[in-house]
Design a protein around this ligand. Sequence first.
Ligand code: GLN
Length: 455
Amino acid sequence: HLDVIEAAEPSIHAFLQVSGDIAREQADAFDAKSAEEKAAMPHLAGVPIAIKDMIVTKGIATTAASKILEGWIPPYDATVIEKLKAAGMPILGKTNLDEFAQGSSTEHSAYGPTHNPWDTERVPGGSGGGSASAVAAFEAPLALGTDTGGSIRQPGALTGTVGVKPTYGGVSRFGAIAMASSLDQIGPVTRTVLDSAMLQEIIGGHDRRDSTSIPEGPRPMVAAAMEGAKRDLKGFKVGLVKELGGEGFQPGVQARFDEAVRLLEDMGAEVVEVSCPHFAYSLGAYYIIMPSEVSSNLARYDGMRYGMRVMPPAGVPATAANMMAYTREAGFGDEVKRRIILGTYALSAGYYDAWYGSAQKVRTLIIDDFNKAFEQADVLISPTSPSTAFKFGEKMDDPLAMYMNDIATIPANLAGVPAMSIPAGLSDDGLPTGIQFIAPQQRDEVMYKPAAALE
Ligand code: GLN
């Protein structure tokens, strides 16, 4: 994989840093284990993995693709990294993303964009375009991503990879750089559904260091994926979300999705239409709640604690407040600043109830929609993203067009339910499309069965 990385990186730029020496050391340590020791380890033991640079790695620089964290070397490992190390999985390096995971194309990285291996003039999606491209280009067999509004699933759809956002709280967020804490979740990026199941079983489970972690054992996801591979879905009810599809979705994306629905029916699944009327407000609620949490979480980058510090120029008083202002002006990119401003406004006195309070009420209505839908179906489906990979620059001057990419993925984050995207075939333009499966809270295994069946 290190050789493939060397050959592919000039045209892909999936990695911000390759940790070849560390990976080799870890691989050697695994090789040196006895056969009995190896047999007691998880299925993926010894398989290397790439890590989105939004997850902290002890001794390996972690930037969140922001200038403000340049040069910061974390003194600790995220819980998921500790688990990968315990599973004997070598760490190939840190992958590119939109700065602080804010974006849908990886163009907002302070270190230049990642290219889509299917067409290097196109974006790989975002924010986790680096992890998705690394897996799609065979630079890494597996990767980790983070998903706040679709950053694992939408790049999955645009690069023809599998991406899973587990139930909120199902995988520890300790050591995941916080974007919007009530929405953030770490999850697998892989080439097959079974790989994701194995990886999620390794990284999941309760963690006392994350207060939102669910105190419950891992779900039987590998067993569900193996069951699904038998391609028998008799007795399984699939809910087609009426509001997620049709108008606004590229015809080629919709066509592949419709074919996937027919395949599910052919395997015995019963497909029913379900309505989630409040999904129409999910993007609006997300773009209040998410920036509010971003503005609060990113307050910690103050020039005191991490990475860069910019002192005021001569003539400007060298106060702490001025130092912070100059550091943040130089350290944050435009999209991050836009969201900090939006969030600060939404949370300010007098506006809190009108904006943040209303958005939280909408969130409750969306959760109610899910609860009702899951009374009618075991799993919900939709296209993952309304379009295939777009060209660089196409949506950079139009934040709203960029935000529309996540129309189908955001509801799952707002409700905390698990969701995954798997490849659904190529659109008429020759580019990958994705189908999304959504399962009830803490029932992650339920989506693995039909996903593995369709694969
Ligand atoms: N694209 C979405 C955003 O810009 C989702 C980001 C994410 O999931 N981290 O907010």
